[in-house]
Ligand binder design. Structure first.
Ligand code: GLN
Length: 223
């Protein structure tokens, strides 16, 4: 486990946006092609939301929000194409449906992936990660190294307060467009952002005991 330094955040989210929310009947689609989707479902269900697993385009109807879970972004990107989900999912997010992307989910949302070609696997060189490109940021995949890359820390998130952050072969964000709000940094690197309807996190809140981020996300879905 690494000890990370406290990094101040530049933006504040008003507390009123995520306190006193009523989450009954909010329907969240959790992308369930691969990765840690069950953990998101448990957390959201405990908060009173209704979850549906997204595996095919017909699963995208009637949603109030979308979760893109962690896992392996290269695999998820390929499966998005195979399943026919890529284009309709990208349209829903671009059109403003609240979306929470964690780790591989953040990579899928990113407009640009910065990893040098030398860092890519043979498969990735042949078929670069297919990503939705809805979030105007540049991410670096496996930014903490491929092997000794998992760690836990607790850091402040703007508007939410201190939050446990579990990083597993995580990306971080190297560049953001001016309209992207930076919500948290760890060791000087950006690990949480918000852009319009999209929240992107490098870490896994669904693997911690703290559901404040999911609660805040659900409050966005309720509007
Ligand atoms: N390293 C993975 C990727 O590039 C992300 C890992 C995760 O989601 N925990 O897709």
């Amino acid at each position: 486990m690494l000890e990370m330094q406290h990094s101040p955040c530049r933006f504040e989210i008003p507390q009123s946006e995520f306190t006193e929310v009523r989450m009954r009947n909010i329907k969240i689609g959790v992308l369930a092609l691969q990765g840690a989707f069950i953990e998101h479902e448990h957390m959201l269900t405990d908060l009173g939301a209704v979850c549906t697993e997204i595996r095919q385009p017909s699963d995208l109807t009637g949603l109030d929000g979308i979760v893109l879970p962690g896992g392996e972004s290269t695999v998820q990107g390929q499966l998005l194409h195979k399943s026919g989900l890529f284009t309709p999912l990208r349209k829903l997010i671009s059109d403003g449906l609240p979306t929470l992307g964690t780790c591989a989910g953040l990579i899928l949302m990113a407009q640009e992936i910065s990893n040098p070609v030398a860092d890519r696997t043979i498969q990735e060189k042949a078929a670069p990660t297919a990503h939705l490109g809805t979030l105007p940021v540049t991410v670096r995949r496996n930014a903490y190294g491929r092997q000794l890359s998992s760690f836990v820390t607790e850091q402040p998130i703007a508007g939410i307060g201190n939050h446990p952050m579990i990083f597993i072969r995580a990306p971080y964000i190297e560049r953001t467009d001016v309209n992207v709000e930076i919500l948290a940094k760890v060791d000087g690197n950006i690990v949480a952002v918000k852009y319009k309807n999209q929240i992107g996190l490098s870490f896994h809140p669904e693997l911690s005991e703290n559901s404040n981020i999911h609660e805040w996300f659900l409050s966005q879905c309720e509007k």
